[in-house]
Design a protein around this ligand. Sequence first.
Ligand code: NAP
Ligand code: MN
Length: 265
Amino acid sequence: MPDRRNIFLYYKKNQEMIEKVKPFYEYIDHYGFNIVQDHRKANIIMSFGGDGTFLQAVRKTGFREDCLYTGVSTGKLNVYCDFQIDEIASMVEAVKNEETEVRRYPTIDVTVDDQMSFQCLNEFSIRSSIIKTFVMDVFIDDLHFETFRGDGMVVSTPSGSTAYSKSINGAIVDPLVPSIQVSELASLNNNQYRTLGSPFILSGGRQLTLRILQDGNDHPTMGMDNEALSIQHVEKINIKLSDKQIKTVKLKNNSFWEKVKRTFL
Ligand code: NAP
Ligand code: MN
């Protein structure tokens, strides 16, 4: 099926990357794949770079469910990149010999003020944008769970658990566990404000709601993976596990925990 062989290449268009990716165009052609300029026509989307580039590739192509994403690293191997640029030959062989499998990464859906929705592959983060702390009421489903005062919160996917969430003492979560992890950024704890103080993991069916206290200090900085959200004013944020997942190509012997080991140990 020729239409199953359309590849879109995503990389930073600087001189260094253009040089690095150049041999790949011929290589792909040789194996009977077509390189398409419009990602909407692609079945396979390949990013060249690091994890940050992979996140961008997924975001800029609209979190396609009907595409296979492939991360090709131009440096060290990392979490989203299963292949290295100088091992393209072995990668193509692996694909041909069916030594690959599909890996699925859960994503999260974030809705702001019942109006704007977007997806995240690593995490949604919300932080005070000024020196003062800000306050939010935290709900798990309909339960008022806590009133948070501090710098902010990070809500991460399982594959995002090795990123920002890890820096704030979150646990590493196996992407086979459909869940979201909620971690605090510098919470204030005293007789007036009390928070759980440790990260918590919610099952896929739950919804987290953050209601920002409207006290003139309600202009937090919000981030979806590596992009800032350009919304100035926010009252309510709903976050839940999405029913959409990102599919990537993996080698059979390359489990998530192997990636964790090679990245951190
Ligand atoms: P960046 O600031 O250039 O990179 C942050 C680092 O995180 C890079 O080393 C990046 O790897 C790595 N990274 C990204 N996703 C990862 C994952 N799922 N597991 C392990 N490491 C990961 O920004 P970026 O490259 O665009 O990445 C955006 C991410 O940075 C955000 O989604 C957030 O998770 C993270 N971040 C972390 C902190 C923190 O730890 N304090 C603060 C802000 C943002 P590469 O070098 O391969 O790109
Ligand atoms: Mn980066």
